[in-house]
Design a protein around this ligand. Structure first.
Ligand code: AMP
Length: 217
């Protein structure tokens, strides 16, 4: 089963994808994370994409999907949970094509619904470990680091992503809202869309996700 998780930045879709992956054995593919890894490797297409990312803008479709399609082909037997892979309506078709190349299809789309003010509050509290990529959030007791500013697991100094700073977040959110309506309408038309309230605590949302996946087969 291949799933797509949608939602504004900070809606918890990456955290939920990781939890579900632990329960199902699927692999999480965050396009933002794949892009950052490819940038670190010096992939020339990803280096072009980096300019957009640093400005809080979306990377052009052809660049994102050249990288994503290549990545998927290296793991033909894996079930995926995609996060952030469809941000413009044009990417619906591109994700289908990338999946088809390895004989797969998208089975369900979960939309993690969250209001703007809560999005801002969550994102500006977000920190990560540059060493093991673990995410923390100062606004959420269950994922606040035990020692302020330090990774619980490896002790590395935590960092804030350039694109999690308030001005950049506002711009990202504006783009998200404009595009989401169109994307959701299309997945709804296809009968793939399920909406999830992303406001409750992480564990509660995770339970709901498991139920939805089970109920929708
Ligand atoms: P994220 O880690 O999901 O917040 O993504 C970080 C950045 O990667 C975004 O702000 C975009 O610049 C870029 N990005 C990730 N996924 C996509 C996508 N599907 N389309 C365009 N840009 C993307």
């Amino acid at each position: 089963m291949n799933l797509l998780f949608l939602g504004p930045p900070g809606s918890g879709k990456d955290t939920q994808a990781e939890k579900l992956a632990q329960n199902t054995g699927a692999k999480v593919v965050s396009t933002g994370q794949v892009l950052r890894e490819e940038i670190a490797k010096g992939n020339p297409t990803a280096l072009k994409a980096q300019t957009y990312m640093q400005q809080g803008k979306w990377v052009p479709d052809d660049q994102v999907y050249a990288i994503l399609a290549e990545y998927l082909q290296t793991q033909p037997d894996t079930n995926f949970i995609f996060t952030g892979a469809v941000r413009r309506v044009t990417q619906i078709e591109l994700l289908d094509q990338a999946l088809q190349k390895t004989g797969k299809q998208l089975d369900k789309v979960l939309y993690f619904d969250l209001a703007d003010d809560e999005v801002m509050r969550r994102i500006t509290g977000r920190w990560f470990c540059p060493q093991d990529k673990r995410m923390y959030n100062l606004n959420y007791p269950e994922i606040t680091p035990k020692n302020m500013g330090i990774c619980d697991v490896c002790g590395t100094k935590l960092e804030q992503r350039e694109d999690d700073k308030p001005e950049v977040v506002k711009q990202r959110l504006q783009e998200v809202r404009v595009n989401d309506a169109e994307i959701l309408a299309e997945y709804d038309r296809r009968g793939l869309l399920v909406k999830v309230d992303a406001a409750p605590p992480i564990a509660q949302v995770a339970e709901k996700v498991l139920l939805l996946i089970a109920n929708h087969g």
